[in-house]
Write a protein that binds this ligand. Sequence first.
Ligand SMILES: [Zn+2]
Length: 831
Amino acid sequence: MAESLRPLMGDRKPDANREAHTSSCEEGWPTGEPAKHRIFDDAENTPDGRPGQRRSLAFRCAAALFLCCLMLCVLRACVPGSSVRRVTPWQHPADSPGSASADGLYLVGVGKADITGPVVEINLMGYADPKQVGTGLRQRLYSRAFIVGNVEKPEERFVYLVLDTQSGDTAIRYGILNGLKDLGPEYAVYSHHNVAVTGTHSHAGPGGWLNYLLPQITSKGFDRQGYRAIVDGALLSIRRAHETLQPGHLSVGTTKVFGANINRSLFAYLANPEEERARYNASAGDDGSVEKDMTLIKFQRASDGKNIGVLTWFPTHGTSLYGNNTLIAGDNKGVAAYLFEKQAREDPTAARGFVAGFSQASVGDTSPNVLGAWCEDGSGEMCDFETSTCGDGRSQSCHGRGPFFEADDTGARSCFEIGRRQYEPAWALYRQLQRSPVPVRGGPVRSFHAFHNMTGFSFLLPNGSEARTCSAALGYSFAAGTSDGPGAFDFTQHSGNENTTSPVWKVVSHLLKDASPEQRACHSPKPVLLDVGEVHKPYDWTPNVVDIQAFRVGQLFIIVSPGEVTTMAGRRWKEAVRNASAALLAAEPPRPLATNASDPTTALASPVVVLGGPANSYTHYITTEEEYAIQRYEGASTLYGPHTLAAYINRTLSLLSYLGAASPPPPSHETLGLFPPDNTNASLSFISPVIHDSPPLGKRFGDVLAGPLPLYRRGQDVRAVFVGANPRNNLRLEGTYASVERLQVRRGEDEAEAARLPERWRRVRDDADWSLVFGWRRTSELLGTSEVEIVWETEEWAERGVYRIRYFGDAKGWRGDVKGFEGVSTPFTLV
Ligand SMILES: [Zn+2]
């Protein structure tokens, strides 16, 4: 296994820890480990584009970039295992009886792998605040892969990836597709058409991996280490799903999720037609301003009927952890997946290596800060409804409040709670589908993907009038940020314009490019602040070429959106696809029944349409035209003008026939010849590497500097401080920086005696666990000294007993050599 993983590592040195841990997945928990401890082990858990910019040009532009950086850095906005059981990849038996997929038999596979990039010294991606720099790790990040295929035509399949990242991305996607090619002919079945790279929209992951310059600015450019972690982990997750691909069934259901999202731009939402809003106004608790529906697909293998995973869609922003959080985590979706997978380990109907994907949906105007946006200025007032400003007329003190906003914990408790509020209904629905399956059935497994240039795209609206999109630009309210992450300067949502803004921003926008009168007219009524789509130096700042993609299995249709779609925009997109797909299904001949089918129904069910994203790239926001006219943050961040949504719908519908049972495959990308640039090797980087690590005089790496105390009560925080080294030296993928070990004492045995036996200490928490927090701080830049603080926020349900904390570090010597070391705390008792 370790050997076969190597091709996935690219040019990175093989990560011994990843390999070792992977093999432990195969072999399971150490012998003798009681089943109850297993719940803590989360381990199972240009391509031909525009020519890259020459470096000389890049460096000529570096000075200009820095100037931009200085000013733009203050932009604060929302830019921006599987069991790996080795089975022979499934082959369709030549004598398969009848039409197997007619009774809902598909190829199904799931996989999960670690994608945690550097957890310190790198800017976090999402809030675009250069001051928000990683200081440690609360929860490892993962790629979760779901593959669905046609048993009759195994080449018909798709991969839906859910990454614990802010979004999908063009460079990441190129990296994954190239990596799949390198895996050999067996993986040639995966291509642009059938691979979707979605992000959960967590704002608590490291940045620096994105393809375009704008989101790279606050991270000081491109970070290759973090980029490789995501690409390699995504590939490993696909590989694990691919290797376990086998016949199975899909079941689909929908449930309501309450208390996990509100609309943060209600003023803009209310601009949508009243009769349209009324269609979704179900009750006081479900007034339609956000979608409360969660759709869930249950994956069940046919061989023994065990469930292997779930994939869900529900919209709420990954902003439960606030802009002052500096610990890496998967935000509320990461929590929901963690809780589901933990519970699945105790479910007898769930297979080992169960994977739970919590995918983002129409997230654009949603917020997990469900108590609303308040002025944190002592006034006790809510922020202004239209502009999200406070008494001083500015947006800086306006903050969304999560359920536990009073806790001074950078949003951690609220984050866990919003995750729990998604996990619980998802689990209930999973159990219900186990009792009463609603099968995905009939029809083929199809997919399409196309690149589309939004610059000057003319098309007809449904009412027959002509519309046009424009190259990307951001409006003034973009710089105001949102109540989940307010902007830093004098921008307000909705009311920003050229006359009321500070001279600084006028200079920045002119540095970029003065938007032409045509460009201004095209984006109207958006006042253009940053004409990013027309600037190509040193390389593209934002995408103009976008991804249009959709998948189909049976009656389920998945729209894969590259932007953050608002609630109503998502509904319009889904409705258009639902209508077109219903027509598609009606035109398909009834499928023959499987030989053993007892259900006499041959007609397909009505289509179920979901929307996942931000995926494949990051094209900021997609609002309705009415919301666009309001120009709050989401409207100002809708890149291609007022007809952005209509253009996405138009392009999706133009390709939808490729999801039909009898349609030919979609045209190859090489034929069409349009590719967005791959800036992986063209991107600038001003991120400094680790120079070296040293222990303080008289100390060794891993020595305990403080704590823990001898005794704790459950609910208290246990702390231990070690002589540390920079965790960027080794990402410890598929491994851990920290663990909690519990002493196994036999009846009548002396505790101190047992504690001397290494085999009696069993790991019960690691980096995958929300409650175990790994923190790192540099104590001397010059000497290269640093400390690690590991905190176990003991749970009320933790077992009583004797524990200790272990730290896994890696130190870099002056010659660049990296050596691993460990530190172990003294034992402590938890009562
Ligand atoms: Zn967002």
